[in-house]
Ligand binder design. Structure first.
Ligand SMILES: [Mg+2]
Length: 361
């Protein structure tokens, strides 16, 4: 007989995450960031709590809206009392039909909290070797934007820590200086030793993009994320067709929900890669849809966290581990905050794993 989660109670609590440093992004400098933890309880699971995280990314998520907390509170109230069939598939379908696509981070949080509850409230979102036996996932080391010296320090640190894939944000300081930083890495490490990714966050104009991609391709880069701003489909398509440097779509995927629209976007642009951020693209089921479409078109992909706390990062890492992973993933954001929740997530030599340790929630 199928398990049923009866009379589920949802609630939320805000948490202000404080950055260890001024985090320069394409959308300005972040010092702190409010995130929302969602909890799910059911009389069927006495003493157990499922947790999820709704963490809209400032100025980027479609659900970064002024009344977010009110909406969240309303959804928790409205959906409390629900009864859901206790299977992974049923939970994902329920979240899709009960939480609007306009709130991708909330949908993701509910998916996660319910899957956690289903598995006994022990932070197991998916039953995989990542959770069960410490099987690691390869990740990229992220270099934050800033002055050249600050970026150089981070590069040295990541290389010393044993990362074999470095991702550098570009488009913030002078292009020549950014190329010098890439040359600095390449002087020490070949493309066989260190994979280099860059992320322009849409910084190039369509006019200059091709020339810049040509210059960047001289550094044996793995890929560039979002060389031009999203929404310029024709220009992006043309870049993907002509570039020597593989292109990964990131922001381009935000706000596209329908299966048909997803398919059309990929068929039109035919990017080399897509990047999936479950918080931004609408959670687990929606990310799965993107991955299935991409795989059928031989478009590569990797998963990336988007400044969530360890609660969200854990869910994304476990979700990632349901796939056969070869490419390094963007899952290294757990150490960003002074006051992140303690967790068993550990990063060692460029890999993330679920190690030993207690949760601070
Ligand atoms: Mg990006």
């Amino acid at each position: 007989m199928e398990e049923v989660l009866k009379d589920i109670r949802f609630s939320y609590q805000p948490h202000l995450l404080k950055f260890r440093f001024d985090a320069g992004t394409s959308r300005g400098v972040l010092k702190d960031k409010t995130t929302f933890l969602i909890s799910a309880l059911s009389i069927q699971k006495p003493g157990m709590t499922g947790w999820g995280e709704a963490a809209p990314l400032p100025k980027l998520s479609i659900d970064d809206v002024a009344d977010f907390e009110e909406v969240l509170s309303e959804i928790c109230g409205k959906l409390s009392g629900s009864t859901i069939i206790g299977s992974e598939q049923a939970i994902l379908e329920w979240a899709k039909s009960h939480i609007s696509e306009s709130y991708p981070s909330i949908r993701f949080a509910f998916e996660t909290a319910l899957l956690d509850l289903l598995h006994g409230g022990k932070k197991m979102i998916f039953d995989t070797p990542f959770y069960n036996s410490g099987q690691p996932l390869p990740i990229n080391g992220l270099i934050w934007m800033g002055e050249k010296g600050f970026m150089l320090d981070q590069i040295d640190k990541k290389l010393a820590e044993g990362y074999s894939c470095i991702k550098m944000k570009i488009g913030a300081i002078d292009f020549g200086q950014e190329c010098e930083l890439l040359a600095y890495i390449r002087k020490q490490y070949s493309a066989q030793r260190v994979i280099l990714r860059v992320d322009a966050n849409g910084a190039f104009s369509p006019k200059e993009a091709l020339d810049k991609l040509k210059i960047l391709s001289e550094y044996d880069l793995h890929s560039i994320e979002q060389p031009i701003r999203q929404g310029q489909v024709k220009e992006m398509k043309s870049l993907c067709t002509t570039t020597l440097l593989p292109i990964a779509l990131d922001e381009e995927l935000i706000g596209i929900h329908d299966f048909k629209d997803k398919k059309k976007l990929l068929e039109t642009i035919m990017p080399q890669y897509i990047i999936l951020k479950p918080t931004l693209v609408g959670g687990i089921a929606s990310s799965r849809e993107w991955i299935a479409l991409a795989s059928a078109m031989e478009i590569g992909w990797w998963m990336t966290s988007a400044l969530e706390s360890n609660v969200g990062l854990n869910a994304i890492a476990q979700f990632t581990s349901t796939y056969d992973i070869v490419l390094p993933q963007g899952l290294g954001t757990g150490q960003l905050y002074h006051n992140n929740f303690d967790s068993p997530l550990r990063i060692e030599r460029g890999e993330i794993k679920y190690g030993i340790g207690d949760w601070g929630i």
